[in-house]
Design a protein around this ligand. Structure first.
Ligand code: GLU
Length: 412
């Protein structure tokens, strides 16, 4: 079953179990609109190469479509549709976020492009979708393989097309161009807040807890850093090139410095090398998959030895794996809750952009903490009340808010 089909099926189950009308599922089962674009790019050797790009707008009952743009060789239409659907739920479960869900992607390995090629591709993608998006219509942001520099090129291209500065069409921009303090680390900080809350419920002291993190990109790398700084013991991390283990916990300053210098943690000398599959099966308190989807499957789910699973990535656990984990005592903090910190601070960035003012980092982090803690409490309570796992509770909470909004708007 594909990522998108799994997501659809799970929504269907939650709609049925919630007891809202089936019409709600009719609105949520497919994105409202999706565009497929071909982006011809002049390469450095003078040739033209055409890249395929997508933008899916899933649901805008609560406000403009919102969600990142992924640059990755494995991007597919199915994946973009699934990720757009998760964004609708993510924005719906965080109280007070006035957004719907969307997602974009380009089939490309950005590490294989020169800086010039990457800029031309980013501008080309924006030119292709500019008519489809807008600051009050659909607001993109970074995702896997994209970053503030790419957002800056896209914001510039959009403003050029519109013949005026409209940088708030996109979030995750550099601070100099209307970005928000705290945005880069926001997803990871949110993951940490959720992990702290989960520790309280499970009866573990966050300080000194043993943490394993899969992925060392913006989410995984910053999570390792923040967890370490807040006193947790990061005992294993990994990236595409391999994983490393140190039972005493890493010095996260040193690990970050090594990553910045070498572009991988797999060769970090003060650690024992382990395989990427061993990483997920290590005994620990908190496991944070923060790479791509489909990492915890029916083949390894029964081997997890964590007490808490906090999904930094989108869709890291397959439906079959989820069922296996639900039979254990592992407390699952699902993606739509756990990694919502990114879009929360994107929202803060958009608000700041709309009234041309910059908040301090303390304000951003305090507001983020409040939103994440509240969301955790609400979902946890719902899980207890209805006697369902956290993922189901999170989806139900999101679907309920969407169902109410769609009814009030007169859509059904
Ligand atoms: N790409 C991030 C996510 O999956 C952030 C999206 C946003 O900030 O709009 O949540």
């Amino acid at each position: 079953m594909s990522f998108f089909t799994q997501t659809q099926e799970f929504i269907k189950k939650c709609v049925d179990e919630l007891g809202v009308e089936p019409a709600v599922y009719e609105f949520l089962k497919e994105p409202r609109k999706t565009v497929i674009v071909n982006i011809p790019v002049r390469m450095d050797d003078g040739s033209i190469k055409t890249f395929i790009g997508y933008r899916a707008q899933h649901n805008n009952a609560l406000g403009p479509y919102k969600g990142g743009i992924r640059f990755h060789p494995d991007v597919t239409l199915d994946e973009v549709k699934a990720l757009a659907t998760l964004m609708t739920l993510k924005t719906a479960i965080i109280d007070g976020i006035p957004y719907g869900g969307g997602k974009g992607g380009v089939v490309v390995d950005p590490t294989k492009l020169s800086k010039g090629e990457l800029q031309r591709l980013s501008r080309g993608y924006m030119r292709a979708i500019a008519w489809f998006i807008g600051p009050d219509k659909d607001i993109p942001a970074p995702d896997v393989g994209t970053n503030p520099q790419i957002m800056a090129w896209m914001a510039d291209e959009y403003s050029y097309i519109r013949r005026q500065n409209e940088h708030h069409v996109i979030t995750g921009k550099p601070l100099e161009l209307g970005g928000s303090r705290g945005r880069t680390q926001a997803t990871s900080r949110g993951v940490m807040f959720i992990a702290q809350k989960a520790c309280q419920k499970v009866g573990i002291d966050f300080k000194g807890s043993k943490v394993v993190i899969q992925g060392f990109g913006n989410v995984g790398g910053n999570a390792a850093y923040l967890f370490g700084k807040e006193g947790a013991k990061v005992i294993a991390v990994g990236d595409v090139y391999g994983s490393i283990y140190n039972e005493d916990g890493f010095d996260v300053d040193d690990l970050m410095a090594y990553y910045k210098e070498n572009g991988t943690v797999s060769t970090y000398p003060k650690a024992q090398k382990i395989s990427n599959s061993e990483l997920l099966e290590l005994e620990c308190d908190i496991l944070v998959p923060a790479a791509l989807e489909n990492q915890i499957t029916k083949d390894n789910a029964a081997n997890l030895k964590c007490k808490i699973l906090v999904e930094g990535a989108n869709g890291p656990t397959t439906a079959e794996a989820d069922e296996i984990i639900n039979k254990t005592d592992i407390l699952v903090c699902p993606d739509v809750l756990a990694n919502a910190g990114g879009v929360v601070v994107s929202y803060f960035e958009w608000v700041q952009g709309n009234y041309h003012f910059q908040w301090t980092e303390e304000t951003v982090n305090a507001e983020l903490k409040e939103k994440m803690y509240n969301a955790f409490d609400r979902i946890y309570e719902m899980a207890q009340e209805r006697n369902v796992p956290m993922r189901k509770a999170a989806y139900m909470a999101g679907i309920k808010r969407l169902a109410d909004a769609m009814r009030l708007r007169g859509w059904r």
